[in-house]
Every structure is written in structure tokens, then in C-alpha cells.
Write a protein that binds this ligand. Structure first.
Ligand SMILES: NC(=O)c1ccc[n+]([C@@H]2O[C@H](COP(=O)([O-])OP(=O)(O)OC[C@H]3O[C@@H](n4cnc5c(N)ncnc54)[C@H](OP(=O)(O)O)[C@@H]3O)[C@@H](O)[C@H]2O)c1
Length: 274
């Protein structure tokens, strides 16, 4: 039986993952902002800690409390997060800081606090839920994309840093999943400024608004895939979830490679002549 630490189990992907983990006979230490236990998780092998990811002291306290009780964590999943959508020009410092606090700094703090305990355990797996926006960003998501790119980069470098300690790392980039993610209670929308962005950011936000609760991705299917993949012999460093995300990320990689090759002769001009 494995033990999972999962942030943001109140709803959405985190809740679906916690349910799947419990159904599989594993146990969960989950966090919710309110400290409440979602109805479908009550009476099961789950312990809930109240955690708002913007609370720096509390973040450290929760992680230390979990491990100080001698608990083993086999899978540590940074799931809690949200999207900030809108134009860069109209975003505020407060919006930007809040986004990075929740989507980047808190997951890094959680990992940093957990690492000494995970090292002592000998084997564990860290999972960061990123986004298709972190690998193939679309218009209107520049700030959210920058946060999720940060988490992707963090994951890739961290994996190389901790592999020899028996700690695995996987960054999981979901496409559009049918959760509350695009609802006003989750996503935050910076203004689209003026008419200058009507046809770009404005149009993209209209499309995203129409996709709310109609998304292609099934959170329960995602949860099963995450569970099975992480328990497989050799989990990937970067996993994509959803055919929409796969198409977009494949396209971005092809563009990146094409540009890299087209500009290769320029790129190599900066080396010292040997
Ligand atoms: N669904 C998608 O299409 C999609 C696509 C790509 C990536 N993702 C990523 O998947 C993860 C889960 O999102 P979701 O789709 O399940 O969205 P969701 O239904 O809106 O759930 C978001 C979860 O994050 C928690 N959360 C948000 N801000 C928090 C904060 N300040 N402190 C603590 N918890 C906080 C929420 O808690 P409360 O209930 O207290 O708000 C909730 O548990 C996020 O990291 C998101 O960026 C989702």
C-alpha cells in the first residue's frame, strides 16, 4: 500500500486523483484550502490538512507535520493551482505575484521542505501538475504559461538532481479537462485592456469561456492514467494528458526544432574559435 500527498483535493483533478488512489487501496494525505474533507472522501483512508498555497509558513508546517509523524510519502503530488488569463498589458503586480505564489513558489517550497525526508526514505516520486500552457502556450495565457513553464523547467532539472537518491520526478501537462478550471471560482481573468487585444486575447478568452465544462478531458480518466503511469516500472519525466495537448505540444516541438535547425549557422557563430 502506497501513501500519497496531494495538494488541492477539494475538487477537480486533485479530487479525482484522491478518489482513484483510495479506490486502489492506497492512502492519501490531502490538502484543501478550507481544511474540509470533500464528501466522496469522507470515512476513507485520508487525512486532510488545511493549506492555502500562498501561506508560506503554513506550507512548511504542513509538510513537516506530515513527515514528523513518521509517515512515509511514496508519491508527492503538487496539484493545486489555477489559471490567470488575459492580456499581459492589463495584468497587475498583485495578480502576477499571487499566481506565482500558488503555481510556482508553493510547489517548490513543498518539494524543498520534503526533500530531506524523501531522501531518508530512500524511494519516492515527486509529481508536478503543469499544463499544456507550460509546453505549448496559447494566446491569452502568457502569465499562466510562464508559471507552468517554470514548473516544467524546475521538474526537469530537479529530476537530474535527485535521481541518484532514488527520487523520481514527473511533470504532467494536462490539456483541457472538465473541471472548474475555467470557471470564475477558479481561473482569474485580468482585463483584456482595450480594443488592441480584442481579436487576439479577447477572442481566445471567448473560446475558453465556451469550453468551460465542455472540455474534452475526463478527470477520472486522467486520475487512472496518472495512477497507473506512476506505478509503472519507469514513469516518464514529462507526461502529456489529452489528445488536444498532445497535438499542440507536438506542433510546438516541430516548430522549435525547425527554427533551431534554420538558425543553426547563426547560433554557432558565438563560440570562441578553437
Ligand atoms: N482542468 C484543466 O483544463 C487543466 C489544464 C491544465 C492544467 N491544469 C492544472 O491542474 C491542476 C488542477 O486544476 P483543476 O483542473 O482540478 O482545477 P479546479 O477544479 O479549479 O481545482 C483547483 C484546485 O486547486 C486548489 N487551489 C487553487 N488555489 C489554491 C490556493 N491558493 N491554495 C490552495 N489550493 C488552491 C483548489 O482549491 P479550492 O477548492 O479551495 O479553490 C482546487 O482544489 C492545476 O494545477 C491546474 O493548473 C488543469
Amino acid at each position: 500500500m502506497a501513501n500519497w500527498f496531494i495538494t488541492g483535493v477539494s475538487r477537480g483533478l486533485g479530487l479525482a486523483l484522491a478518489e482513484a488512489v483510495l479506490d486502489a487501496g492506497d492512502s492519501v494525505i490531502g490538502t484543501t484550502r478550507s481544511g474540509g474533507t470533500p464528501e466522496t472522501l469522507r470515512g476513507r483512508a485520508i487525512e486532510i490538512h488545511a493549506l492555502d498555497m500562498v501561506d508560506v509558513d503554513r506550507t512548511k508546517e504542513v509538510v513537516e507535520k506530515v513527515f514528523s509523524e513518521g509517515t512515509r510519502v511514496d508519491f508527492l503530488v503538487n496539484n493545486a493551482g489555477y489559471g490567470l488569463l488575459g492580456s499581459v498589458e492589463s495584468s497587475t503586480d498583485a495578480e502576477l505575484e499571487h499566481l506565482f505564489d500558488v503555481d510556482v513558489f508553493a510547489p517548490i517550497r513543498i518539494v524543498r521542505t520534503a526533500l530531506p525526508y524523501l531522501r531518508a526514505q530512500g524511494a519516492s516520486h515527486i509529481v508536478n501538475i503543469t499544463s499544456v500552457a507550460g509546453r505549448a502556450p496559447g494566446v491569452g495565457t502568457a502569465l499562466y504559461a510562464s508559471a507552468k513553464h517554470a514548473l516544467e523547467g524546475f521538474s526537469v532539472a530537479l529530476a537530474a538532481e535527485v535521481k541518484h537518491l532514488g527520487i523520481g520526478v514527473t511533470a504532467i501537462a494536462p490539456g483541457q479537462f472538465r473541471t472548474d478550471f475555467l470557471s470564475t471560482g477558479s481561473a482569474r481573468f485580468s482585463a483584456t485592456a482595450d480594443d488592441a487585444y480584442r481579436l487576439t486575447v479577447g477572442a481566445a478568452l471567448d473560446t475558453l469561456g465556451k469550453a468551460n465544462h465542455q472540455q474534452l478531458g475526463d478527470p477520472k480518466a486522467a486520475a487512472r492514467v496518472i495512477l497507473d503511469t506512476l506505478k509503472s516500472d519507469n514513469p516518464p519525466l514529462q507526461l502529456v494528458l489529452g489528445s488536444d495537448a498532445l497535438r499542440r505540444i507536438r506542433g510546438r516541438i516541430k516548430e522549435t526544432l525547425g527554427e533551431l535547425e534554420a538558425w543553426e549557422a547563426v547560433s554557432i557563430k558565438t563560440d570562441y574559435v578553437q
